[in-house]
Design a protein around this ligand. Structure first.
Ligand SMILES: [Ca+2]
Ligand SMILES: [Ca+2]
Ligand SMILES: [Ca+2]
Length: 218
């Protein structure tokens, strides 16, 4: 019987019976494809969320860097670091948590961890823009030894901002004593800004060099 010559409406069964619809093998094939697509989506989504968080943290670190530069230009000094997560600077602390309350900004990365901060001690004790500029020039012409470095000593930094990144721990060479945080107990050498993520390093670091900051005061 040719189903297309009858007056009644065509039913799914007619097509299946006629061998023109989906066979079980075709259906199984379609289901496998759908399964693969769902699987890809399940893998893709966490990857996109991860990339988005990293992007957000990079921009937070950059904004914080700009805020600290603004603070220095306005007050003629850089803040001390904070020795805990309350965000208030602690006199004499040069490596520690970001003094976000002193700066009047928020201090968390997109993983909800407080950012870290390190500053060259010579730039924390000045009281005016003129004094600050003199202190910067002393570091540049080495009348006073610089004591904050990035990128294996290639960058003489005025200050550094660090997020501990996705693994929620500061990684070497930012953390030297493997306690996952950055304090005065760690040394004054840090990773290169924008260093790529590796199996053992996922920190997000940005820095302002003494020459750049001096240039901003010209
Ligand atoms: Ca990390
Ligand atoms: Ca440490
Ligand atoms: Ca270090």
């Amino acid at each position: 019987m040719n189903v297309f010559c009858t007056n009644r409406p065509i039913r799914a069964g007619d097509i299946l019976n006629n061998g023109k619809g989906f066979t079980l093998i075709e259906l199984a094939f379609v289901l496998v494809i759908i399964g693969l697509l769902l699987g890809m989506g399940a893998e893709l989504l966490p990857m996109l969320i991860k990339q988005n968080k990293l992007k957000e943290t990079r921009s937070i670190v950059k904004e914080v860097k700009t805020a600290i530069t603004g603070y220095a230009l306005a007050t003629g000094r850089l803040p001390y670091a904070s020795n805990n997560t309350d965000g208030s600077e602690n006199s004499g602390t040069y490596t520690g948590y970001l003094p976000y309350a002193t700066l009047g900004i928020s201090g968390n990365d997109s993983y909800q961890k407080t950012l870290f901060y390190a500053v060259d001690p010579h730039l924390t004790g000045t009281a005016s823009t003129a004094e600050f500029k003199t202190a910067l020039s002393e570091l540049i012409n080495a009348t006073h030894s610089p004591s904050l470095f990035c990128d294996s000593g290639n960058i003489q930094a005025a200050f550094i901002v660090i997020s501990s990144g996705k693994n929620l721990r500061a990684d070497p060479p930012n953390d030297d004593n493997n306690n996952g945080t950055i304090t005065n107990a760690d040394n004054n050498h840090f990773e290169k800004p924008g260093a790529p993520e590796t199996a053992s390093y996922d920190d997000v670091l940005d820095a302002v060099s003494i020459t750049y900051l001096y240039g901003r005061l010209e």
